[in-house]
Design a protein around this ligand. Sequence first.
Ligand code: 13P
Length: 269
Amino acid sequence: MAQRIPVVAGNWKMNFDHLEATYFIQKLAWLLRDAHFDFKGTEIVIMPSFTSIRSVQVLIEAEKMRIGVGAQTVSETSDGAFTGDISAQMLARLGCKYVIIGHSERRKYHPEDDANIVDKVRAVLAADMNPILCVGESFEERKQGIELEYAVNQVHDVMRDLSDKEAQRMLIAYEPIWAVGTGMVATPQSAQDAANAIRDYFKKTYGTDVSEKVRILYGGSVNASNAQALMEGPDVDGFLVGGAALDAEEFSRIARLTSRSARRRLAHR
Ligand code: 13P
C-alpha cells in the first residue's frame, strides 16, 4: 500500500492583506518549529488571496520555511484579454504548488461550473501544479441519501478525460456544503465513507496504483477538537481548513494532531 503524506491546507478565502499574511506565516512557522513539527510527515499549505501570494512566497523562501503556498482559484485560459483573471502559469511562477478548483463558494458566487472546472484542472496540471478539486453535497442531497453518489459523480464529471498520470496528481477535497462555515462537521464515519467512495471510484477507473496515491481531504468546520477523530478514517488524508486556518495557534494544533494520526497510521501498517 502506498504511503500517502497527509496535507493540512488553510484556505484563507477573502481574509488577510499581505501584511497580516506575512505576520501569520511567521507566527505559524514559529509555533510549528517550537513543537518540533514533523514537516516531512505532513504537508502544510497556505492558500492566501492573490494579493498576498508574492509576499508569502518571498518570506517562505528567505526563511527556508517548509510551508507550501497555493491559490484559491485560477483562470482556465493561459493569457490574453481576460480582465481580472490570473493564469496557472502566473501562479506557478510564484511558487504555488496547489490550486483549489470548484470550491462550493466559487460554484455559487462565480461561474465556476463543471465545464470550466475541467479546463481549470487541465491548466493547473499543465503548469505542473496540483489541483485540489472540491466536491460535496448540499443538505438536499444528504436528505435524499444520495451524498456519496453525488460526490463521486462530481469527481467523475471532471476526471473522465484525464490520463492515469494526471489522475494521480489530483487531490480531492470532500467538502459537504452544509458543513462549510457552519460549525456543523461531518461525522468521522461519513467523512470516511465519502473518502472511501471517491477512492473506490479512482480504483475502478485508474486501478489500485493510482487510487492508493490520490490524497483525499475533508473540509467543513474542521477545528482542533474534531481533527483527530476525522483522521481516524483510513481514507482521509488531511484537511482543507477555512475559519480555523485564520488562527495560527488553532491551525498549528490541527497540523500537529494530523501529524500524530499519520504517525499512528504508519505504525499500524
Ligand atoms: P470552514 O472550515 O470555515 O468550514 O471552511 C471550509 C472550507 O471551505 C475550506 O475550503
